[in-house]
Every structure is written in C-alpha cells, then in structure tokens.
Write a protein that binds this ligand. Sequence first.
Ligand SMILES: Nc1ncnc2c1ncn2[C@@H]1O[C@H](COP(=O)(O)OP(=O)(O)OP(=O)(O)O)[C@@H](O)[C@H]1O
Length: 370
Amino acid sequence: MKENKNTRVVVGMSGGVDSSVAALLLKEQGYDVVGIFMKNWDDTDEFGVCTATEDFDDVVRVCNQLDIPYYSVNFEKQYWDKVFTYFLDEYKAGRTPNPDVMCNKEIKFKAFLDHALSLGADYLATGHYAQVARDENGSIQMLRGADDNKDQTYFLNQLSSDVLEKVMFPLGHLPKPEVRKIAADYGLVTAAKKDSTGICFIGERNFKTFLSEYLPAQPGKMMTLDGIEKGNHDGLMYYTIGQRQGLGIGGSGDPWFVVGKNLEDNYLYVAQGYHNDYLYSDSLVATDINWVQPDQIEETFTCTAKFRYRQKDSEVTVTVKDDKAYVAFKESQRAITPGQAVVFYQGDICLGGGTIDEIIKDNKALQYVG
Ligand SMILES: Nc1ncnc2c1ncn2[C@@H]1O[C@H](COP(=O)(O)OP(=O)(O)OP(=O)(O)O)[C@@H](O)[C@H]1O
C-alpha cells in the first residue's frame, strides 16, 4: 500500500459544499490532493443561468483555504456531444432522459477520470453520496450512501467495478448535516452555500422555453385512449408520463393525467384519475444495462429496484437476456417513464442499472411511445 502522502487524489470540485468537504477530508487524511473544476457548459449565453464563473471562484477560495493546487478543465465539447445530444435525441423520441446518469457515465467518470489519471492521479474523488467497498472475495462493489435522504447511487448506476477501482467517495458514510457541520467548523467559504437543484445547464429557467430553443415544437391533439379528442398539446416533448400539471383540461370529475404518447400521429394520450389503470404496468424492458459486478449476476434473480430517484425500492424479478433486462414487478407500478433509469439493489449494494425502454402490462407493450 502506498502511503497516503504518496497517493495523489484529484477531487472533482464543483464549488459546492459537498466537494469542498470531500477535499478537506482527504487533505486531513494526508493525501496529495489536487482540486479540479470542470466546465461543461458555456455560461456566456444570453440566459446567464449557468453559474460556472462564480462556482470556479468558490473552488479557488476553498483550495486556497485548504492550501491545495487547483485547475480548471474544459469539457464543453464532450458534454455537448455525449450528454446534451443524447438529451435532445431522447426528447425527440418522446422519452424523458436522465442527463445526470449520462454525465456520470461519459464525463465525470470517463473523460474527467481519464484526465485525472493522465495528471498522475491514483484516484478521482467526488462529493457523491455513495460508497465503494470490497466484498469477501476482494471484488469492488458500490453501496448506497449512508444518508438515505442523499444516496446518489441511482445516478451512478452505469459505473463498472473497473471504474470504481479508481474512485473515492469520501462523504459516502456521512449524513449531509454532518457534512455541513464539518464545513462550518472548518470555516469553509462554501459551508452555507445552497445545494444545486435541477439540471445544471437549465438552472431555474423555464424548461419549456429552454427546450424550444433547441427542438421545434409540434403541437398536436390530446386524445383519450378510446379516441376522444380532449384538446391540443404544445409538443409531445414537453410532457412526461404521469404528468398532471399544464394539460389545461378542466371540467368535472377527476383530474387528467398524461398516460402515453403516439409519435406517429403526434397524439398525447390522457386519462382521468390518479389511479387510472392506464398508468399502471407490471413489467418493463431495460437496455444499456450495466452491472457493477457482472460475474455475480445470474440469469434470473430477485432484488429491489428504483424507477425514479426519489422513490422507495420495490421488489422485482430480473431476467437478463441479450443485453437487456426483463424486469417483472411484484406489485404493479404507476407512471413508469421510458428514458429514465431503473436501478437494482440487493440490500445496500447497488447492482447496476439500465434505461427503461418498454413498459408492459398484461403481456402487451403500453402505448407510451408509439
Ligand atoms: N463542475 C464540476 N467540476 C468538477 N467536479 C464536479 C463538478 N460538478 C460536480 N462535480 C462533482 O460531482 C459531485 C456530485 O455532483 P452534484 O452535481 O450531484 O453536486 P452536489 O451533490 O450538489 O455536490 P456539491 O455540493 O459538491 O456541488 C460533486 O460533489 C463534485 O465532486
């Protein structure tokens, strides 16, 4: 084992409190710590919502406080090609993408990790709430962050054990309030900085306006699945399965929800009632499957899964075949959304995950995207 002082760790620093404390803890453990800020989006656009300039200023201030070197690296092109293009393509296909999952897969833990290694780093550390551990055979696994409320393994589901070998999550065992306290006790300038919310390149601005800058909107008809016209929609990309707000269908009775999309006819399918049967499904097919420890995955197994970030686990049976995962739910699930991630767990171990591609009920694919 190399001594900590001979082990170089690049910390991905966002200018937020989490990565500041990650750097502080590693420095206190005696590592050779280098802070690197990554710029992924041009913040000189007319909207001025991306706070890269201010964030880098905070990185500089924290690194000066910790007395560690810092750099900035530009990955705008890679981010555009790998994350933003995927983001737009998914919306074009009527799906609801997860850019954070793609950013972790292609940028933070690929382009950025390679960059860190090329600078002589032994590890890349981030302020994610997740844990890297070894099983009894010494093989690398990923565990949920100890703080249930902050666990970020959902977004890290595409990381493999090869990547995790090179990764540290110094905050994984800590509750978030403890992280803030460490920052305050040390007097870090970011101690009270607000947590970032939403997708970084959109910020607080209106999502519809943002998307319409990049994709032409194609208004069409809102229909029930029995073929009754209910009004007009502004463009299928603006709606997601299970959405209630913004449909503009009033009247008597239960509220209306988006239950499907038909790309060919440009119809948005709507149905009445939160518990409408059309919103429920009993299985799904996932693609882009990543298993953290592929050699430990059987052809069919039971585990739990999350279909969205802020959701409790549900019991499922997974069958792995031809690079796809067929996921049968123990209890039917509401408003599963194509394009989002499905992530699998065995207790606290995150097994991996994939992209929700098809949603099935009574052995038939639902008309979510047609
Ligand atoms: N622009 C960036 N440059 C370098 N690393 C980054 C950048 N943005 C995020 N990271 C790394 O990824 C981690 C998780 O990012 P996320 O956007 O979820 O931030 P967060 O949980 O709000 O953390 P923080 O408080 O550090 O901003 C961060 O803690 C940081 O280590």
